[in-house]
Design a protein around this ligand. Structure first.
Ligand SMILES: Nc1ncnc2c1ncn2[C@@H]1O[C@H](COP(=O)(O)OP(=O)(O)OP(=O)(O)O)[C@@H](O)[C@H]1O
Ligand SMILES: [Mg+2]
Length: 363
């Protein structure tokens, strides 16, 4: 799904930038504060209408401007046919997404632009709350199971209804049974999709981890959000008095997690910074590899400051791996020398220098 041309307007310190990225590897380099991360944010904005650094759009739009716009031509089907995709968003809250002359919604956009982000916040995948890991799992399920998004929305509606009844502190047993039946039906469908996805992901992850780190032993274990050895209806009934006290449902897919362990100990506690970066990267690269195997499409990887936390040997392995995939990569670094010697001569690598929000292709 390469982005073949990109035009960014009014995002942070980028007033207006237009360029034609390489279908494969793009190195964006420049001094601190020059706009490297902003350029990655702009691609993220194109794929998801929002930043990865802030939840508040007013911080993303250039100060004293009212609207941000990213326009592109993308090879959506990977067959060389370019189609226009544009996303604009205003301070008044208006978001417009246009693809090939039509308005599309956010989930259509997300499936059109399969994005993967690797930056310092991606450590959260190991160190953060289960919610971050659920997002990771659901990225994969969303892109591999077309019914997932409807199921997830339906489940969330039932969960909200059940929780608002619990908040009243009393719940009619007949009504509860009706909601619980729906809850269980969606919970089981969502869980089997998530389980299946993680099982498919494991071999890709192990292979990539071996290439990137060598024989570091890491295990992935999916946790559904309840004790799956017991029927969910029994557990919901058992937890009812606690749920009534708390005013929310304490078990179910909304509590799912992915346990990542090294030698039986939480990877967050055990691994060094560099090892964490490589494990998180292996997880995200495995998603891209599986996505490609299932859909024959490539992802767009945004990799902010690739060399940070990594020694030269591991930076090289990381680049070698990226080179072997067919993903389109936007990689930032301060010093282009740190990444320049790692590529084979026939790999399409483009270098862009950014200075005060102005971008120039250097080679
Ligand atoms: N809303 C905004 N309007 C205008 N400029 C902004 C806005 N938000 C941030 N900036 C400025 O945009 C510049 C680009 O920041 P960015 O984080 O992209 O730099 P960077 O090249 O990634 O730097 P580093 O190497 O330190 O990570 C900074 O100078 C910042 O002060
Ligand atoms: Mg930056």
């Amino acid at each position: 799904m390469p982005i073949r041309s990109l035009s960014v307007k009014k995002i942070r310190n980028i007033d207006a930038v237009s360029f034609e990225p390489s279908e494969r590897i793009n190195i964006i380099y420049g001094a601190n504060g020059s706009g490297k991360t902003t350029l990655l944010e702009s691609v993220h904005f194109l794929g998801l209408t929002r930043s990865f650094r802030t939840n508040q759009f007013r911080y993303l739009v250039t100060s004293s401007e009212r609207e941000s716009l990213v326009f592109s031509k993308i090879d959506a089907a990977g067959n060389g046919q370019l189609k226009p995709l544009g996303v604009s968003r205003g301070l008044d809250g208006d978001v417009a997404i246009r693809f090939n002359g039509n308005s599309i919604d956010l989930s259509e956009l997300a499936s059109l632009v399969p994005l993967q982000l690797i930056n310092t916040d991606t450590f959260e995948l190991l160190e953060g709350s289960p919610g971050t890991r659920r997002q990771f799992i659901d990225w994969g399920v969303f892109h591999s199971e077309p019914v997932f998004i409807q199921l997830w929305r339906a489940f969330k509606r039932v969960l909200q209804q059940r929780n608002s009844l619990l908040k009243c502190g009393k719940i009619d047993p007949v009504l509860r049974q009706v909601w619980d039946q729906e809850f269980i039906q969606y919970a089981e469908q969502l869980t089997s999709m998530r389980e299946h996805y993680i099982e498919q992901l494991k071999p890709d992850f192990e292979e990539i981890l071996l290439k990137l780190v060598g024989d570091l032993s890491i295990t992935l274990k999916f946790s559904a959000g309840w004790d799956q050895k017991r029927p969910l209806d029994e557990l919901l009934a058992e937890n009812l008095s606690r749920d009534l006290k708390q005013g929310f449902t304490s078990i179910g897919p909304q509590r799912a997690d992915l346990k990542v362990k090294s030698e039986g100990i939480s990877a967050a506690e055990r691994l060094s910074r560099g090892q964490k970066k490589l494990v998180v990267s292996a997880l995200k690269l495995a998603q891209g590899a599986l996505f490609h195997r299932l859909s024959n499409r490539a992802c767009v990887y945004l990799i902010d400051d690739l060399p940070s936390e990594l020694d030269k040997h591991h930076s090289r392995l990381f680049c070698e791996f990226l080179e072997q995939t067919n993903n389109q990569c936007f990689i930032t670094c301060v010093d282009p020398e740190s990444l320049s010697r790692f590529w084979e001569p026939d790999t399409a690598v483009a270098y862009f220098n950014i200075e005060a929000g102005q971008l120039v292709q250097t080679h």
